[in-house]
Write a protein that binds this ligand. Structure first.
Ligand code: SAH
Length: 519
């Protein structure tokens, strides 16, 4: 094979920064590269939930540290990147923060250049600016600091002389940010003081910045080391030295969010979890995705096909969930039809999210239930004469019968047609969640439908589920879901007032705001 042929088949290596921890700080370009990578080689600090963005068949290789030692030596990492690219794979080399800020990204790039491998760098938000920002510390400020210096707090121990000129650092009027400096924090502060920096210079250590585990200890140069020792703080953390630290008292914003520090399990389907997870994140909490349901096609489309063929016979089409709307219309359009063929029946929705889904198809909603449960729809029709009226209810294969039975009692002719089916997902990571429950590192589990409850209980059958859930807050989207919890021997400590995901998040926020920290 000629050299040019060889180059044509080579993959590209992307040196990608994953940001400091908050998944929202991953850049769009980084997300795009992760989503299309054949191989992802990642570190300890790049571990936040990129896995769900990867292709299902992507090869995920962990090369981070475990304990004190490097799991994979740098030399081997370089070789790995080169050999995967030579196999024609597109490789993402994912690093925490920014790949070129103390991440050895420069060394890896040199190696790739040497080997003739094409590479690109996708910068990330470095912890050196993000951790201070989330702790309420701007690294520069016109009244405080006109420069900022990033310094390694962990020099190569084999170095004979320090490459850091402490006398220069001590004299800077700007902000200093030390990375990898937790172990050496005593040495760092004493070097700065002995080289002339004022002992009362404000200093802060931010551990696990931008994540729900963020901890910030603010003090001054003379005391920061002992205070961090007392609190038992370990890596990863950045040390910020300079008068900007004093702004934290006024500018701290992240740690005061209502769900800050809370780890909250989301049990709804993977597709529907994202939005809920973002809302938890917006309130400072960490969402742990544990889908207990998967939405799939009904066992048989026959009934739906036949119903759609005579859709104009109906007076009303009632939807009881967003899933119902999505699956009904997907199939309807797949059949080559369009909304003109829906002229005739009125449309009704159980709640605002369902109504929005209907409207997004260009259809007006003629009825919205006041209470977002089946009973709410019945209430709407209470004073109406339904004798001979034809109702269609496209919904899940298994569902409560309250709505059709209630309508029939009022003389309506009701057809229920399955448009989707709720199943238990195959191969969820039960062990990881079980371990977190055992460690008591989970604050709350949310249930957004009865099937999330029953599937959750089924998935843990055999485990000591009572012990696992002891002290964990169980939060329910509404009374029907709460009832299912009761039937399983549990009680929802938080129930949404408005039976929507927004309502559920609001209820959680109110719960924690009111100072109730436990279940
Ligand atoms: N390339 C990374 C830094 C890698 S060196 C970046 O740009 O952020 C590893 C050091 O980064 C850690 O020892 C710690 O000092 C810092 N660090 C990484 N993530 C952090 C976080 N979430 N909070 C605080 N410090 C962090």
């Amino acid at each position: 094979m000629s050299k040019t042929d060889e180059q044509k088949t080579q993959g590209v290596v992307y040196l990608v920064g994953s940001g400091p921890g908050d998944p929202g700080l991953l850049t769009l370009k980084a997300a795009e590269k992760i989503a299309s990578a054949d191989v992802i080689v990642y570190d300890y600090l790049a571990g936040h939930n990129f896995v769900e963005r990867a292709k299902p068949d992507a090869e995920l290789l962990y090369v981070g540290k475990s304990g004190k030692r490097h799991t994979v030596e740098q030399f081997d990492i370089n070789q790995l990147l080169v050999s995967k690219a030579r196999e024609g794979k597109n490789v993402v080399r994912l690093k925490g923060g920014d790949p070129y800020v103390f991440g050895r990204g420069g060394e890896e790039a040199e190696e790739l250049a040497e080997a003739g491998i094409t590479f690109e760098v996708i910068p990330g938000i470095t912890s050196a600016i993000a951790a201070p920002a989330y702790a309420g510390i701007p690294v520069t400020h016109r009244d405080h600091a006109s420069s900022v210096t990033f310094v390694t707090g962990h020099e190569d121990p084999n170095k004979e002389e320090s490459a850091i000129d402490w006398s220069v650092l001590a004299r800077t009027a700007g902000t200093l940010v030390f990375l990898m400096g937790v172990k050496n924090i005593g040495k760092i502060s004493s070097e700065l003081i002995s080289n002339g920096m004022a002992a009362r210079t404000p200093a802060a250590l931010v551990r696990w910045g931008t994540t729900p585990s963020q901890v910030c200890v603010a003090s001054d140069l003379a005391n920061i080391a002992s205070e961090c020792r007392q609190r038992g703080l370990s890596a990863p953390a950045v040390l910020i030295v300079g008068s900007v630290v004093s702004l934290r008292d006024r500018l701290s914003w992240y740690e005061s969010k209502p769900l800050f520090g809370k780890r909250i399990v989301v049990t709804r389907s993977k597709e529907q979890s994202r939005k809920m997870a973002d809302k938890i994140g917006d309130n400072g909490g960490e969402a742990i995705l544990f889908p207990t349901i998967e939405i799939t096609a009904p066992s048989d489309y026959g009934p739906l096909d036949r119903t759609i063929a005579r859709i104009t016979d109906f007076d009303w089409v009632l939807f009881t969930s967003e899933n119902g709307v999505d699956h009904f219309f997907k199939h309807f359009f797949d059949l080559g039809k369009d909304v003109r063929q829906l002229a005739g029946p009125k449309f009704g929705a159980i709640g605002p999210v369902t109504a929005k889904a209907i409207r997004s198809r260009g259809i007006k909603v003629d009825m919205l239930a006041k209470e977002f449960v089946a009973e709410g729809i019945l209430e709407f029709f209470e004073s109406e004469n339904l004798r001979g009226q034809r109702f269609l209810i496209p919904r899940a294969e298994k569902a409560r019968d309250i709505l059709p039975e209630g309508l029939i009692r009022k003389g309506a002719i009701v057809e229920v047609v399955p448009v989707y089916r709720t199943v238990r997902p195959s191969g969820p990571n039960i062990d990881a969640i079980k371990k977190s429950l055992e460690d008591k590192s989970i604050d709350a589990v949310t249930f957004t439908s009865s099937s999330t409850v029953t599937h959750f209980m089924e998935m843990f059958s055999g485990a000591r589920i009572k012990d696992l859930l002891d002290g964990v807050l169980l939060a329910s989207i509404g009374p029907v879901t709460s009832d299912t919890l009761v039937r399983n021997g549990y009680r929802a400590s938080v129930e949404a007032e408005e039976y929507t995901v927004d309502g559920l998040i609001r209820a959680l926020v109110d719960h924690y705001r009111s100072g109730k920290n436990t279940a």
